[in-house]
Design a protein around this ligand. Sequence first.
Ligand SMILES: Cc1cc2nc3c(=O)[nH]c(=O)nc-3n(C[C@H](O)[C@H](O)[C@H](O)COP(=O)(O)OP(=O)(O)OC[C@H]3O[C@@H](n4cnc5c(N)ncnc54)[C@H](O)[C@@H]3O)c2cc1C
Length: 302
Amino acid sequence: MARERHRREIWMRSDPKDFELVSPGTLPAVVALLARSPGEWLPIAGGTDVMVQYAAGKLASRKLVSIWNLAELRSIEVLANEIRVGAGCTYSNIREAEVIGREFPMLVSAARWTGGIANQNRGTLGGNIVNASPAADSLPALLAYDAELILVSVRGERRIPYEGFHTGYKKTRLAPDELIQAVCLPRRFSGYVSYARKVGSRNAQAISKVCIAALGRMAGPTIEDVRIAVGSVAPTPMRLSETEFLLKGKVIDEALVASARKTAAAEIQPIDDIRSTARYRAAVAGNLVAEFLNLLRADGKA
Ligand SMILES: Cc1cc2nc3c(=O)[nH]c(=O)nc-3n(C[C@H](O)[C@H](O)[C@H](O)COP(=O)(O)OP(=O)(O)OC[C@H]3O[C@@H](n4cnc5c(N)ncnc54)[C@H](O)[C@@H]3O)c2cc1C
């Protein structure tokens, strides 16, 4: 019985001879290839998601085009009003970029708790976005920071808000011949309190049951602005817009924290799956919002 299962598992794995891998080496050459037969070639960056599908025998595409280490996707540009993080930057690149740590600490936290060190040396920000898992750790931070994406193809560049890029479970607005070139982070959150947490089965090497990235700015005891994004609680990472609306302009007290917990739990759409239950996720999401508000209240008193 065990031998039969083992044989079946081996049979399920992919065979390299069934796959073609090319590495054109420059961005123009890659987008030209994608344009020739849109949807036929699958870009592979760090491969930490693609190779998992390959190993499981579930990779639909037989043609892979490497975008790993393309210079055009690897830079971190510091401009007057934004920081542009190349989509090919790894989590290690993000952790090491002092300017990102100073101005966008929630993105660095997400990079720090994504997989292990080997994964962080290889996994890229662009891959995390396009893989489009609802549990992806960097995505709530991108929502909270109001990130924009620069997409590139032979038709040129287009720039779109990250919010709305994921249109449903594992669905995106990326055209079949496009790549993400860079993620733009506006440099306008310096006066905000930030709060990011990942709740999983353990602190490292675990997929999120719930993750949150939240920003708030106080004017004395009043919430002047607030942005709360959560992951693993809906088909796509989402902003808690109803909770934000409830909170804006209010003084934080116990009654407000209790209402925010309820509103947050009501606007998410968690599911039961192998990692957790909808009930647990809703309770944790409410707790995280409450923890964030307590932090914000302490800042308002300081
Ligand atoms: C052991 C392990 C642990 C992990 N832990 C976590 C975790 O804790 N949190 C988490 O969020 N993820 C985790 N992951 C998932 C994975 O590491 C991330 O999603 C990573 O960011 C994927 O990046 P990549 O470069 O490896 O993507 P790839 O596997 O190369 O590609 C993924 C998808 O993105 C597309 N793609 C990649 N780059 C671009 C681009 N620039 N433009 C257009 N399309 C592109 C590819 O075509 C493919 O569809 C883990 C994976 C492993 C194997």
